[in-house]
Ligand binder design. Structure first.
Ligand code: CA
Length: 242
């Protein structure tokens, strides 16, 4: 993490209309060192928002007046600030659509504060890393006990080199380049296979399964490559970096 980032508090805009959640987030996130601002509906959120003003947006979907979906779209049109969508349990949410609209991650109510804090840190770290890199492709990517050398096309797990096939390497690289971010099946397939992807939709899962067998200590309980049910996969960074 950069010196500047360590000195500056992460500014979170909480867009939420339920007072009990607002109170809990103000206290909980404040205690974790975040600077919390609150908007109680979509209009207020768009009024408060300005590029550079916030580091992370925590956006409830069910809001009075302007919906979370429209807030997400409007913010994304003017900024690439990380957006975490919050939905209620049982709420009909097209997560694939949300991610296509530019949301970075999502959590479902009721959530644990610890989980939420880890997600906020992950998306803001990713943003910082991207700012520092200034869009130059990383050649060496180190995440926890995984190390990927993009140029030499080599991968190391806890210091040991593992052999990866071309598509496996491309898939792992894409995941590792986007820690903490949900990547939809469509995005993964498009970026790794493109037009080469024919027929069998299980190909992606087969590749993920093989990758887990190689990089996870316990492939049945993956800590690096986790499944986001019905949506895609996510490379976890928060847990092993703390
Ligand atoms: Ca709500």
């Amino acid at each position: 993490m950069s010196k500047k980032a360590a000195e500056t508090r992460t500014r979170v805009l909480v867009v939420e209309d339920e007072e009990s959640f607002i109170d809990a987030l103000k206290v909980g996130l404040g205690r974790e060192g975040f600077e919390v601002s609150v908007a109680r509906d979509g209009d207020e959120a768009l009024g408060l928002f300005a590029p550079q003003r916030f580091d992370v947006i925590l956006l409830d979907l069910m809001l009075p007046r302007v919906s979370g979906l429209d807030v997400c779209r409007a913010i994304r049109a003017q900024s690439d600030v990380p957006i975490i969508i919050v939905s209620a349990k049982g709420e009909e949410v097209d997560m694939v659509l949300m991610l296509e609209l530019g949301a970075d991650d999502y959590v479902t109510k009721p959530y644990r504060l610890r989980e939420l804090v880890a997600r906020i840190r992950a998306v803001s770290r990713r943003r910082e890393a991207r700012d520092e890199l200034d869009d130059v492709d990383e050649e060496i990517i180190q995440r926890g006990d995984l190390r990927l050398d993009a140029q030499a096309r080599r991968c190391y797990v806890r210091g040991e080199e593992i052999k990866l096939r071309k598509k496996e390497f491309a898939l792992l690289r894409l995941l590792m380049e986007n820690p903490g971010r949900v990547l939809t099946r469509e995005v993964l397939i498009d970026r790794v296979w493109g037009h080469d992807y024919v027929g069998d939709t299980k190909t992606l899962d087969v590749h993920v399964k093989r990758l887990r067998g190689l990089v996870e200590e316990d492939p049945k309980n993956p800590v690096h490559i986790t499944t986001v049910r019905g949506v895609g996969y996510r490379f976890e960074s928060a847990t092993n970096a703390e």
